[in-house]
Design a protein around this ligand. Structure first.
Ligand code: C2E
Ligand code: MG
Ligand code: MG
Ligand code: MG
Length: 281
């Protein structure tokens, strides 16, 4: 990988670099090893169905427990992994681990859950991505419908036609697609028209300040109507308070992810949460 090759030459300049660059350099140069050393982990955040109050699945979110830097946010290292190309093996590890985890939960007696995995645009530039996903599903022994791939509009920045073809192949395979972070960026309605989507995920910025903002409430309400008319499932992200929850439930949103229920947690904790939460639901 590029990251490894560049390591020796770039080290020379370290003394003159600011702290941010130094940190990035450190992350970049230790990333490949981190995968081998098992420093990456997936956390899982419950997805809760509004109608029943039940947890029906989770979003897998990567974490890096770095020996020197502690817990590193994906917001810090995913962009580096995308730049170096390391996102390809890392993304495959994420898919593999999430699928194995679904199977493990099933073995533990949990029902078949729906797990979402975030995909980077770089992964869709790979010709064999559909093949890779098919292989991982088969190896893990889970149904394609259990896997939901989260994409953002950024995946169309490069070679949109090719990307769309791949998305249609994935749909054919039975995998579900969700559009993440809707409400940030352009959020063009043409995406809703052209992508074979199953779910629309409304970004946290949609509900930030919604409690005291009537216009925001009307926008939220209207987007849900559009999504439902297009047969999309709507998930609202980043719900933190009871007041937000009440507004969201009043507008027929289908599911919720947010600290109000739980932050992302390790797999074992997720299983506990699932059992505790769903027995009272
Ligand atoms: P995302 O896919 O939009 O994930 C939702 C983010 O919102 C997560 O941040 C989650 O912890 C956070 N969140 C959930 N509920 C709340 C809430 O109530 N309040 C607040 N303030 N935040 C909440 P996280 O885990 O730090 O991930 C950040 C982003 O990194 C993700 O945004 C996703 O774009 C990216 N990411 C994470 N894991 C992966 C991965 O495996 N592959 C790729 N390509 N990207 C990933
Ligand atoms: Mg996501
Ligand atoms: Mg999001
Ligand atoms: Mg995102």
């Amino acid at each position: 990988y590029v990251a490894k090759k560049e390591h020796n030459t770039s080290k020379v300049y370290t003394a003159s670099m600011n702290d941010v660059t130094k940190r990035e350099q450190l992350l970049e140069s230790s990333m490949l090893q981190a995968l081998e050393l098992g420093q990456f982990m997936l956390y899982y955040q419950p997805k809760v169905e509004v109608a029943t109050g039940r947890i029906y699945g989770a979003e897998a979110l990567i974490r890096w427990s770095h020996p020197e830097l502690g817990m590193v946010s994906p917001l810090d290292f995913i962009p580096i992994a995308e730049k170096t190309g390391f996102i390809i093996p890392l993304g495959e590890w994420v898919l593999f681990t999430a699928c194995q985890q679904m199977k493990e939960w099933e073995r533990m007696g949990l029902p078949q859950l729906s797990v979402s995995v975030n995909m980077s645009m770089i992964q869709f530039q790979q010709k064999q991505i559909v093949h890779t996903i098919e292989r991982i599903l088969t190896e893990a022994g889970i149904r394609p419908e259990q896997l939901e791939l989260e994409i953002t509009e950024s995946i169309f920045m490069d070679n949109a036609e090719h990307t769309l073809t791949i998305l249609h192949e994935l749909k054919q395979l039975g995998v579900k697609l969700s559009l993440d972070d809707f409400g940030t960026g352009y959020s063009s309605l043409s995406y809703l028209q052209n992508i074979p989507l199953h779910t629309l995920k409304l970004d946290k910025s949609f509900i930030n300040g919604i409690v005291d903002d009537f216009k925001k409430q009307m926008i939220f309400k209207s987007v849900i109507v559009i999504a439902h008319n297009l047969n999309l499932n709507v998930v609202t992200e980043g719900v933190e308070t009871q007041e937000e929850l009440e507004i969201i439930c009043g507008h027929q949103c289908d599911a919720i992810q947010g600290y109000i229920y739980s932050p992302p947690v390790p797999a074992e904790r997720f299983a506990q949460l699932f059992i505790e939460h769903n027995k009272n639901g």
